[in-house]
Structures are given as C-alpha cells and as structure tokens.
Design a protein around this ligand. Sequence first.
Ligand code: NAD
Length: 338
Amino acid sequence: MSRSILITGGAGFIGSNFISYFFETYKDKKIINLDKLSYAGDLSNLSEVENHKNYTFIEGDICNSNLVEYIFKTYNIASVIHFAAESHVDNSIENPSEFINTNINGTFNLLNIAKRHWMDAPFIFKEDCESNRFHHISTDEVYGALGKTGLFTEDTPYAPNSPYSASKASSDFIVRSYFHTYGMNVVTTNCSNNYGPKQHDEKLIPTIIRKAINNEDIPIYGDGKNIRDWLYVMDHCKGIDLVFNSGKSGEAYNIGGKNERDNLYIAHRVCDILDEIRPKNMPYSNQIKFVKDRPGHDFRYAIDASKIESELGWKANENFESGILKTVQWYLDKYEEK
Ligand code: NAD
C-alpha cells in the first residue's frame, strides 16, 4: 500500500484551503482527511477535490483511538498534518470542555498512535519510517497578549489567556515532549489570524460582510482597538507546506503577515469596499455598533516571521489590502447565492 498523509480537520477553514493547495502543488500524493464534521466542518469546502483520485474522506473523531488506529493501519499513514481543533475563542469561554477534549486529548491520541506505528523504541524508527513527520498546526495566541510594541518570536514564553489558547499551548507542549522524549519527527507552526475564503460565518470578517449586506448592525467588541496580525489563508498554506517539507525536526516556526490591523479598521475597510462594489443609499459604516467586550480580550498579537523567512524562504504573497478585496468578493458570491 502506498504511503498517505493524514490531514485532520480538513473540512474546516484552513484545512480545506490546504487540501486544495496541496493537490494543485503535488499531483501524486495521497491524502486521507479525518474530520468529525463539527458545526465548523463543511464538506462543501472540499467540492473541488472530493472526486480527486488521491483523496479519501473519513468522518470521525481524532479522540477515537480505534478509528485512528484503523486509519494508520489501513492507509499506511506516513505523515500527519494536524489541523483539527475547536478554534473559536468565544465558544471556549462558554464551553471550554470540548476544547480540552479535542485540542489536548485529541492531539495526544494522534501523536501516541503515530509513535506506535512509526517507532520501535525512543529514538529508534521502524524500517522506512525515518522521514515520517507529525506537523502540528498551532496559533500565536499561545504567547498571550502584547502591548503597543514588540513581536512574538519562537522564543517568547508561552502565556495563554483563554481556554482556547491554553488548550492549544498544552497540545504544543505534548508535541514538543514527543520530540525530546521519544525522538519523534515533529514540527509546529504558530500562525497569526487567518482570513480568506471558506472561513466559518461566526468569525470576524465573514460576520462583518454578512451583517453589512443584510442591513444588520455590525458588532464590534469594546472600542474596536484590539489588534491582530492578519494573514491571507493561502500564505499560511504555503508556509505549512515549506515547514512540512523542509522545517527542522523539533522546531517551531511562527507564520505571520506583518499586517497589523485593529478590528475597527477592518470593519471600516470592508464597509468602504462594499460602498464601492455594492453601493446603497447610505454608507455601510453607519451599521457599525460597539458591543460589550469579550472577557479577557487580548489587546494585541503580532508575529516576527523572520525565522521561516530566512531559513525556509517564506514570503507572503498578499498584503491585507489585496487579500481583503478577494475575500469580500468571495463572501459576496457565497451570501448572494443563497
Ligand atoms: P475550523 O474551526 O474552521 O476547523 C476545524 C475543523 O476541525 C472542522 O472541520 C471540525 O469539524 C474539525 N474538528 C473539530 N474537532 C474535531 C475532532 N475532535 N475530530 C476530528 N475533527 C474535528 O478551524 P481553522 O480556523 O481551520 O483552524 C485550523 C487549525 O489552525 C486549528 O488547529 C487552529 O487552532 C489553527 N489556527 C487557526 C487560525 C485562524 O485564524 N483560523 C490561526 C492560527 C492557527
């Protein structure tokens, strides 16, 4: 049986963009996509690859040991790119237990089964398994919040503030421990906020666009001054591909776009674009309304991506202004089709 890559969470926002990117880039590699299709997973994100000869979808939970074991055995899994997670900070404040389960226990389950299939003993790989790699997809939120200045580097101490970021930080540490204790071939990427096609409706940018064209209030937390470093999702996919293929085992790589924007700027920018391409009798920005802030809302995140840039030659293709135009157009097509 030829070797396959296990992608987890491939029906979600970034995973589905990554699978499309991957099949465009590599013609002969096989992908098994394991996704439990939570509220955040959507198979229509994968319509362009669903009939690809090298693509298999399996509906199921990364916490299900029997299922993961079966997949490793049946499909000769030689690498894992692990996207599956509960990913929405607001939900983690309301219902943290699912975050602990999927993000921590699920990651442990995958790693542990990968170790059993790839390693005979600590630092001793089974035959032909030396290059088998576990790539863990994580977030810059593990580093906590920044003040007005400074950037997160790979050496910034972890200081997660929400149940979401705490669960991701825990999973990063488990991955790290499998490198140091067992010699497993692991890499982790910590990325800033992504935006682009196929993101779930609940997230900031899709919400702004949807509310704007439905003539509803556009809700902005607090004073709208919270800053994130926005990266177009395809630039993240390119970074993952580089680290997966060329990153150094045991290392973490930050990926970020040098595109710091506050939430109010984003709402205004989307409204300005809509004023141009879908003009109506008043500016869309009249619909912006401030709402009670998220508890524990981190003020600012910003990434120093110089390691992946200098070691692996990564560079973002999009800046925020070019990426947001494409993004608004994509969601208009989606929402106006309904
Ligand atoms: P998403 O919420 O859009 O998708 C997550 C996917 O995982 C969904 O398809 C869901 O069905 C699946 N899933 C959830 N629990 C599962 C389980 N127990 N078993 C199997 N599948 C399960 O998330 P996303 O935005 O695509 O994020 C993907 C990864 O990237 C996450 O690990 C997230 O922490 C990380 N990340 C996201 C961002 C961002 O801005 N979205 C930034 C940095 C890192």
